[in-house]
Design a protein around this ligand. Structure first.
Ligand SMILES: C[S@@+](CC[C@H](N)C(=O)[O-])C[C@H]1O[C@@H](n2cnc3c(N)ncnc32)[C@H](O)[C@@H]1O
Length: 194
């Protein structure tokens, strides 16, 4: 079963879902699941969770996982902010991938953007020690907004010159073929000194 049945209030039990204890990577807004499935095939020792709200895309992602016979990938149909804040256990995620989040480029729509100060705090809570967040966007103004938020935050450090994954998402392929500039950012969780 590729779809994670979610109790809307209880944190996910990764060991129960995947039947083992392994690092978990989460693809936020996984779309048709091509990036998730490629990552899962390349990294059999890790487990992968895609979070996506649109049913059609969830079905495509589940079909890809099933056809590829991947035991280490699952999809959760849910809204990202709520899922990260409420359903991912604290200190549980090795890596988040945020590949081409909806850009909401119109000024009046900008408040709908996923990456905010609160969202970064939720990612930080769910990440394991030294966990990473990989972000890619074609939207220059959104990228600037994210880098501004990071520069004002003590929760993450930027990893300079990080090498992107071999796998490409559907949107990444589309933008690369179209010659569109892609902005990338890789962050590492900075744990508070106790
Ligand atoms: C621009 S597409 C990128 C898809 C994929 N990451 C890729 O790079 O090919 C953004 C995806 O994120 C999903 N999405 C956007 N906001 C979301 C939210 N708040 N909760 C769940 N899914 C969301 C959309 O439905 C869409 O599939």
């Amino acid at each position: 079963m590729e779809l994670v049945p979610a109790n809307c209030f209880a944190p996910l039990d990764f060991e129960g879902i995947y039947g083992r204890k392994a690092p978990v990577e989460v693809d936020l807004g996984c779309g048709d699941g091509s990036f998730l499935a490629a990552l899962a095939a390349e990294n059999p020792a890790k487990d992968f969770l895609g979070i996506e709200r649109l049913l059609g895309r969830v079905c495509s992602a589940c079909r890809k996982i099933e056809r590829s016979g991947l035991n280490n990938a699952r999809i959760l149909q849910f809204e990202i902010s709520y899922a990260v804040e409420q359903l991912l256990p604290k200190n549980s995620v090795a890596s988040f991938h945020v590949m081409f989040p909806d850009p909401w480029p119109k000024r009046r729509h900008a408040p709908r953007r996923l990456v905010t100060e609160n969202f970064l705090a939720s990612l930080h809570r769910a990440l394991a020690a030294n966990g990473t967040v990989q972000i890619a966007t074609d939207e220059t103004e959104y990228y600037r907004q994210i880098t501004r938020l990071i520069s004002q935050s003590s929760l993450f450090a930027v990893i300079p010159d990080a090498v992107p994954a071999n796998a490409m998402s559907k949107f990444e392929k589309r933008f690369t073929l179209g010659g569109v500039k892609i902005h990338r950012l890789v962050l590492r969780k900075v744990s508070p000194v106790t």
